[in-house]
Design a protein. Structure first.
Lengths: 563, 330
C-alpha cells in the first residue's frame, strides 16, 4: 500500500509539502524573523547593549510593566468570573441555564474596543452618563468610578475576555465523569472536600488553558488601552509601538524600539503557549469524555434567586447597557446633547452608509479583506493541516514547527513584521495598500484555520482513503471524493472563524492603514480620535449589527446541518 | 461542486474588487488634505461643477498620516497626489527644501492675504485657521478673557489640549504659545492639571459632553458642533493663534494644468465663501465671515497673530512635542 502511494504521489507530496512550507515561511516566519533581526542585529553585528538600553528607557520600561499589570489583572479577574459562571450554569439548579449560557458567550462577538468606547461614554469621570447621574442626581461629590485607569481597563477587558475561560471550563465540567464525585460522596466526603479535592483538580487544566489564552490576548491588545489609557498616560506595548511609529512617520529609530518590544511579546507568548501545552497534556487523561451521565446538580436553595438576579444584572450591565449606549449615541445630532426625541435621529446611520466616503470605503474594505483572508486562509489551512495530520513525508517536522508559529505571534507583532517584510526592502512594496493588510490578516488568522482543519482531518480515518485506493481510485480521486467532503465542516468553520473577527479587526489594521485603506475598526477608532464621537458610535452600531447578524445566521446554519 | 464554483466566483470578485481599489484610475487630480469632510467635500463638488472634464479624488486624514503616506510613496518612486493642503506649515518648508513642490503663482494670488513673508510660489495660504478656547457654556459662566485665565481653579483638571503628535494644529498652537509665553505657560497649565487629549476634534467633543470645561480648539470643528446644537462657545484671547493652511502642487504631478486650475478655484471668491461658511477664516478680504461665528476679520487676525519662524520650527518638531508631553505629564 505504501508503495503504491509512493509511486503515484512522490512528486505531488513533495510539491504540497514544499508549497505548505513556503506559505508559512513567507507569511509568518519571515516577518517574525525580521523583527528579531532588526531588534538584535545592527550594522551587521549582534547588539544586545542597545536592546537593554531601549528596555531601560522610562517609557518603554513603563509600557512593559503596564502590559504585565493589565495582563495579570485581566487574567485573574476573567478566570474567577469565567469559572464561577461556568460552574453556575453546569453544576447548579440555576433557572434559565441555557439562556444564560448563550448570553455569557455573547461577549465573544463584541469587539472589546467598542465596549471600551461605550464604557467611556458611561463612566468617564466628569461626563460619563453613570457618573453624571451619581454626582448630579444623587448629589455625591466624587465620581463613582474613573474608567481612565488601570482598574477601568482591566474591568473592561475582563467583561469581553472572560468567555475564553467560561467556554473551556463549561466543557470540562460537562464532560467530567460524575461517578468520581459520587464515589467521594458515598465515602462520606462533604461538598467542600469534593470541590477541593476532585472537581477543581479535574477542571484545573481547562481553567489554566483558558487563563493562559486570555493572558496571551490581553498582553497584546491595542483597542481597550488605546481608548481608555492613552489620555491618562497609560501605554502598553502595542499602543506605544503605534504611537512611536505614528509620531515619527516610520523612522528607523521608532521601528527599532517597536521590534525590541515585539521581540519581548513573542518570547512571552511562546512561554505562555508552552505552559498551555503542559497544562493540557496533564489534563488529557484525567477527563473521561463521552459519558452520558448527567452530573449532580447542586441545589442552590435560598441562594437561587439572588444568584439569578446577579447573573441577570451582570448580563444587563456588561452586554445590554453598552450596546444600547452605542446605538443611542450613534443617533445623536452631536455629542453632549441629552437623549431626547428631538436630538435623536437616524441621520448619522444614513450618512455613514450612503454619503460618507470614509466609512463606505471602510465597510467595503473590511468585507472584502475578510472574505479574501478567510478564503485564502481556509484553503491554505486545509492543505497545511493535511500535510501535518495525514502525510508521511520527510521534512514534515519543519512544517509542524512552522505551524505552531501563528499561534504564538500576537497581532501587533505581525503588523510590525509585515511592515518590515513588505515595504520594498526585500521585494514588492505593499505598504499603504490593501494588500499589506491582507497578508497580515492571513498570518494572523492562519492559526484558527489550522486548528479547525486539523481537528476535522484527525477525525477522517486513514482506512477510508485506503479503501478507496484499494478499489482503484487515484490519490487525487480519494482526496476529492472522500477527504474533502468529510472535512468540509472544518473548512466552513475555519472560514467563519476568520471572516467574522476580521470584520472588527483593529490591532493589525491600525498599524497598516493608509487614508484609503481604513477598515471598519480603524474607521471607528480614528473617527473617535478625530472627535466625530457620534459618527464613530453609529459605525460601531452598524458593525455590531453586521457581526451579530452574521453570527446568528451561522448558528442557525450549523444547527440545521447537524440536525 | 456548486459550492466550490460559488467560492471561486466569490474569490474572483474579491480579487477584482481589491485590484480595482489598488489601481489608480486615469485622468484626474488627487488631493491630500487634513481638512475635514465638511470643508473639503463642498469645495470639490464646486470645482467639479466648474470643470466637468476633470475628475477629482481626495483623501482626508491627519497631516502626520498624510506625510507618512507621501514618504512611503516617494520610496516606491511616485507620489500619487497632485495637491497637498494641510495646516502644518513646517511640512511645506520641508517639502520645498527637498524639491518636491512645483512653483506656481496663481493669477488670483494678488487678491488674497499672504501670511508668508518669504512667499515664492511653492505654496500659497488657502485658509487662515484660528484656534481659540472652546468652553462648555453649561459649565463655564464667565468666559476666559486671556490665556492666563486657564490657570484659575475653575479649569483645574478640566482643560484639554489635543496631542501634538497626532494633530498638526495642536502642534502649531503649542509652538506658538511656547514662543509667546515660554515653557512657564505649560508648567502652570500642568500645575492646574491640564490634560492631553487625542485628536483635535476629540477634545472639542469632550468639552461638549462636559468631560472638559474648556479646550484648545480649532475654529471650524467647534463651529460645526455649535451649529448642531452643542453647548459650546469659542473664545479668542488677545494673542491670537493663527495657523495658515497652505496649498501646494507636487512637481511630479502628471496633470499640472488641472492642479493649477484647482489652486485657482480654491483661492476664488466662490470656494473661499464656502470656507468662510464653515466657520473658519478666508484668505480673501472680500469674503465676509458669518456673524454667528464671531470670528475676527482676516486682516485683523493676521495683525493680532503670534509670529513665528517656520524654518526654525521645522527643525525642532520632535523635541518640541517631547518637551510638551514631558512638561504636562510630569
Amino acid at each position: 500500500m505504501n508503495n503504491t502511494a509512493r509511486k503515484g504521489g512522490v512528486g505531488a507530496a513533495q510539491i504540497i509539502l514544499g508549497l505548505s512550507i513556503a506559505i508559512l515561511v513567507i507569511v509568518v516566519a519571515v516577518p517574525v524573523l525580521l523583527i528579531f533581526v532588526n531588534a538584535f542585529w545592527v550594522d551587521g553585528a549582534l547588539n544586545v547593549k542597545d536592546v537593554i538600553r531601549i528596555i531601560r528607557e522610562k517609557d518603554t520600561y513603563q509600557a512593559l510593566v503596564n502590559s504585565l499589570i493589565i495582563a495579570a489583572g485581566t487574567t485573574t479577574g476573567s478566570t474567577i468570573v469565567g469559572t464561577f459562571f461556568a460552574w453556575l450554569v453546569t453544576r447548579t439548579d440555576l433557572p434559565y441555564k441555557r439562556f444564560m449560557k448563550a448570553m455569557f458567550l455573547v461577549p465573544f462577538m463584541l469587539p472589546s474596543f467598542i465596549g471600551a468606547l461605550a464604557w467611556k461614554m458611561l463612566l468617564s469621570p466628569r461626563a460619563g452618563f453613570i457618573n453624571r447621574f451619581w454626582m448630579g442626581t444623587l448629589g455625591f461629590e466624587e465620581p463613582l468610578f474613573n474608567i481612565y485607569s488601570y482598574a477601568g481597563i482591566v474591568l473592561v477587558e475582563i467583561m469581553y475576555l472572560f468567555p475564553f475561560v467560561f467556554i473551556q471550563v463549561c466543557g470540562a465540567l460537562e464532560r467530567m465523569d460524575p461517578t468520581l464525585e459520587e464515589s467521594a460522596r458515598i465515602s462520606g466526603a462533604g461538598l467542600f472536600t469534593i470541590t477541593r479535592k476532585i472537581t477543581i483538580p479535574l477542571a484545573l487544566p481547562s481553567i489554566l488553558s483558558g487563563a493562559l489564552l486570555i493572558m496571551l490576548y490581553s498582553m497584546a491588545h491595542f483597542g481597550t488601552v488605546a481608548v481608555l489609557g492613552i489620555e491618562n498616560g497609560i501605554f502598553n506595548i502595542p499602543t506605544l509601538i503605534y504611537q512611536r511609529i505614528h509620531q515619527s512617520a516610520g523612522s528607523f529609530a521608532s521601528i527599532r524600539t517597536g521590534t525590541v518590544l515585539a521581540s519581548i511579546l513573542v518570547m512571552a507568548a511562546a512561554l505562555i503557549i508552552w505552559l498551555q501545552g503542559k497544562a493540557l497534556s496533564r489534563g488529557r487523561y484525567q477527563i473521561i469524555a463521552g459519558k452520558s451521565f448527567r452530573p449532580m446538580e447542586l441545589k442552590l436553595r435560598a441562594l437561587r434567586l439572588p444568584l439569578l438576579i446577579l447573573c441577570l444584572v451582570y448580563i444587563a450591565f456588561t452586554i445590554v447597557l453598552p450596546t444600547v449606549v452605542i446605538f443611542l449615541v450613534g443617533g445623536l445630532k452631536t455629542y453632549g446633547l441629552p437623549f431626547t426625541w428631538e436630538n435623536l435621529s437616524l441621520d448619522n446611520y444614513k450618512f455613514i452608509l450612503f454619503d460618507y466616503q470614509v466609512t463606505r470605503d471602510a465597510i467595503w474594505n473590511s468585507l472584502s479583506l475578510g472574505l479574501g483572508a478567510a478564503l485564502i486562509t481556509m484553503f491554505a489551512g486545509v492543505m497545511i493541516s493535511y500535510v501535518i495530520v495525514k502525510m508521511k513525508v520527510r521534512g514534515k517536522g519543519v512544517l509542524e514547527f512552522l505551524g505552531m508559529l501563528p499561534f504564538s505571534v500576537p497581532g501587533s507583532v505581525i503588523a510590525l513584521g509585515v511592515i518590515l517584510a513588505w515595504s520594498g526592502r526585500y521585494g514588492p512594496n505593499l505598504y499603504n495598500t490593501v494588500w499589506i493588510i491582507l497578508v497580515a490578516y492571513i498570518a494572523r488568522y492562519m492559526a484558527f484555520s489550522l486548528k479547525a482543519n486539523s481537528a476535522a482531518l484527525e477525525q477522517v480515518h486513514d482506512s477510508l482513503v485506503e479503501a478507496a485506493r484499494a478499489c482503484g481510485a487515484s490519490m487525487w480521486q480519494a482526496l476529492k471524493d472522500i477527504v474533502l467532503p468529510l472535512v468540509r465542516p472544518g473548512m466552513l468553520a475555519a472560514f467563519f472563524l476568520i471572516f467574522l473577527p476580521s470584520l472588527r479587526e483593529l490591532t493589525v489594521s491600525i498599524m497598516l492603514y493608509s487614508p484609503t485603506t481604513r477598515t471598519i475598526g480603524v474607521a471607528i477608532y480614528t473617527l473617535n480620535e478625530d472627535g466625530e464621537t457620534v459618527r464613530s458610535a453609529a459605525l460601531a452600531g452598524i458593525a455590531l449589527f453586521l457581526i451579530i447578524t452574521g453570527q446568528t445566521l451561522i448558528n442557525r446554519f450549523a444547527k440545521g446541518r447537524s440536525a | 461542486m456548486r459550492n466550490r464554483l460559488i467560492a471561486l466566483a466569490l474569490g474572483a470578485c474579491i480579487f477584482l474588487g481589491l485590484y480595482g481599489q489598488a489601481a489608480a484610475a486615469g485622468q484626474k487630480i488627487i488631493i491630500y488634505t487634513s481638512m475635514k469632510e465638511s470643508l473639503i467635500g463642498g469645495i470639490v463638488d464646486g470645482f467639479k461643477k466648474k470643470n466637468p472634464g476633470i475628475a477629482v479624488d481626495y483623501q482626508s486624514a491627519g497631516a502626520g498620516k498624510l506625510m507618512a503616506k507621501i514618504a512611503a510613496e516617494r520610496e516606491s518612486g511616485k507620489i500619487l497626489a497632485d495637491i497637498i493642503w494641510t495646516s502644518e506649515v513646517p511640512d511645506f518648508y520641508n517639502m520645498k527644501k527637498e524639491g518636491l513642490l512645483a512653483s506656481y503663482t496663481s493669477p488670483v494670488f494678488k487678491e488674497v492675504l499672504n501670511p508668508f513673508d518669504d512667499f515664492d510660489g511653492h505654496f500659497t495660504a488657502a485658509r487662515l485657521g484660528t484656534l481659540g478656547i472652546a468652553i462648555n457654556t453649561k459649565l463655564v459662566k464667565t468666559p476666559p478673557a486671556q490665556w492666563a485665565d486657564l490657570f484659575k481653579p475653575e479649569y483645574k483638571g478640566a482643560f484639554g489640549v489635543a496631542d501634538p503628535a497626532l494633530s498638526g494644529t495642536a502642534y502649531m498652537s503649542v509652538a506658538l504659545l511656547e514662543k509667546q509665553f515660554g515653557w512657564g505657560f505649560f508648567e502652570k497649565l500642568r500645575d492646574n492639571k491640564a490634560r492631553i487629549g487625542k485628536g483635535s476634534g476629540q477634545v472639542v467633543d469632550d468639552t461638549a459632553s462636559g468631560e472638559l470645561s474648556a479646550s484648545l480648539a480649532v475654529d471650524y470643528i467647534t463651529n460645526d458642533k455649535i451649529s448642531k446644537g452643542a453647548p459650546l462657545a469659542l473664545i479668542y484671547p488677545p494673542e491670537l493663534l493663527l495657523a495658515p493652511s497652505p496649498v501646494a502642487i507636487f512637481k511630479s504631478s502628471s496633470n499640472l494644468d488641472a492642479a493649477k486650475l484647482f489652486v485657482d478655484y480654491l483661492l476664488s471668491k466662490e470656494a473661499q465663501t464656502l470656507i468662510a461658511a464653515e466657520g473658519t477664516l478666508s484668505v480673501r478680504t472680500d469674503v465676509q465671515n458669518k456673524p454667528e461665528h464671531k470670528l475676527p476679520p482676516a486682516a485683523d487676525a493676521l495683525k493680532r497673530a503670534i509670529k513665528i519662524d517656520y524654518l526654525q520650527m521645522m527643525a525642532s518638531k520632535e523635541t518640541l512635542i517631547k518637551k510638551f508631553t514631558d512638561t504636562l505629564t510630569k
